[in-house]
Design a protein around this ligand. Structure first.
Ligand code: SF4
Length: 445
């Protein structure tokens, strides 16, 4: 076997539709939005010595089909492939990787993704020539394995029969490789400069919503000094926009204030966006987020039925939700409401539900809305009648999501809001693509 240097390819495999498979979650991307595959970005940092020659192919971002992806792989001729794999696309992903292994029999295959974390045995079953499955994307599991060491974070064919998934003690990893960051221009329309940098600040979630598997990962914070160091890297690379990749940013208020203090001391300036929960927001937090450059918060609203929210271990009075959106407006931070379509015990009739949700959204008045359809996440065994209702009528709810999305974004009030924020040709282009995507969607995606 060849020792060093080794050629490592980080690969987000092809897909007919835009998808994501990172951060232990797989699904279809909204509109034309593409985000950095964070697992691969973080892993790239472990291979920063001259012993490794690195290449990155994001077939989803480049819209490469299987044939074109294979051609690109051929021209790099890797020794090792570290790839993303998604539970939702397992059939197609495994067919692709088995095909790949036939073409490149000597290549060593490693995987990260939701299925890798929650059902790693399935990968060895469906892609038998897999060399290793990474249980923790912020761990040096693959690197240690390549140096012949045993790692609790990497399952191999030999070790996969008996294992337990280790809980991370710390969310610490080296800075990513610059070539990785520079390779593609991921863009989002929320910033003045749409070209943005993705940064991790915490892993997992301290909350325990029954439908979500993120809390099964535990909750670990990244050291503030590491975050600031990476902010310096982003600034050196010329980024002005930042996507904070944490499932629930600001879950710990005092720690968030410490981060904001250090950020301020560093004099680094970014526009930034994040995901968080309405019940975490208060005036001081929102004011300080705005002062640090926050331009958008994506808030998990999910339902307007308090009983359903309580039942899901997500107690959230509606006035708390309204208050959070009011605060964002006051401090000129745009808001995006995440809604899980159909989640209500009170309104089972889909037409009545649609009307009630429309009224709720009109009152809430977010700048953006994302309508999501429930799907059973790997690792989750909890069941509820509301989940069954969606699963039994999936097409109906998918069509409803598209109707609601069109209704929201084509409403004159919201068109005016979007126009107000359109201040660059790049943003206009992204918006046109998004609109075309909305028009093209035929109902079922
Ligand atoms: S707050 Fe969000 S990330 Fe955390 S468990 Fe609930 S749904 Fe999942």
């Amino acid at each position: 076997m060849k020792i060093f240097p080794q050629k490592i390819l980080f690969l987000n495999p092809p897909s007919v539709k835009p998808v994501f498979r990172d951060c232990y979650c797989s699904g279809y991307s909204k509109g034309t939005f593409c985000v950095h595959p964070l697992d691969l970005q973080i892993q790239s940092g472990f291979f920063s010595t001259e012993k490794f020659q690195v290449e990155f192919i994001d077939s989803v971002f480049e819209n490469l089909d299987i044939e074109k992806t294979i051609k690109k792989i051929q021209s790099f001729h890797p020794d090792i492939i570290i790839a993303l794999i998604g539970e939702l696309f397992m059939e197609k992903d495994s067919a692709f990787f088995n095909h790949l292994k036939n073409i490149f029999p000597s290549v060593r295959l490693f995987f990260s993704g939701d299925i890798a974390r929650f059902h790693p045995k399935k990968i060895f079953q469906d892609i038998p020539k897999t060399e290793g499955v990474l249980l923790d994307f912020a761990s040096p599991g693959i690197l240690e394995h390549l140096y012949g060491k045993k790692s609790p974070y990497l399952l191999t064919y030999k070790s996969h029969h008996v294992f337990h998934t280790p809980r991370m003690k710390s969310y610490q990893y080296p800075l990513p490789r610059k070539e990785f960051i520079r390779k593609y221009s991921y863009s989002l329309p929320f910033f003045h400069d749409p070209h943005y940098y993705s940064i991790g600040t915490s892993f997992g979630c301290p909350n325990t919503c029954h439908y979500c598997n993120t809390h099964l990962l535990g909750y670990t914070l990244r050291p503030i000094k590491d975050i600031i160091e990476e902010l310096h890297l982003a600034a050196r690379l010329g980024f002005k926009s930042l996507y904070i990749r944490a499932a629930t940013f600001m879950a710990d208020q005092s720690r968030t204030f410490q981060l904001f203090d250090k950020w301020k001391q560093s004099k680094l300036k970014f526009e930034w966006i994040c995901f968080t929960r309405p019940d975490l927001l208060n005036e001081e937090l929102v004011a300080r987020a705005a002062a640090t450059g926050c331009c958008l918060m994506m808030l998990g609203v999910e339902s307007f039925d308090e009983k359903w929210l309580n039942h899901m271990s997500r107690p959230m009075p509606l006035n708390t939700i309204f208050n959070a959106f009011r605060l964002l407006k006051k401090y000129k931070i745009r808001s995006a409401a995440q809604i899980m379509v159909g989640m209500s015990y009170k309104y089972q009739n889909i037409d009545i539900y649609e009307k009630k949700l429309s009224v709720f959204l009109k009152d809430l008045d977010p700048d953006y809305v994302s309508f999501n359809i429930f799907s059973n996440r790997p690792g989750i065994e909890y069941n509820d009648p509301s989940f069954n209702q969606i699963e039994l009528n999936e097409d109906l709810y998918k069509n409803l999501a598209i109707r609601l999305e069109r209704h929201f974004y084509f409403h004159p009030h919201n068109i005016m809001k979007q126009m107000y924020h359109l201040k660059s040709p790049k943003k206009l282009l992204i918006l046109i693509n998004t609109i075309l995507n909305l028009i093209k969607s035929k109902g079922i995606y």
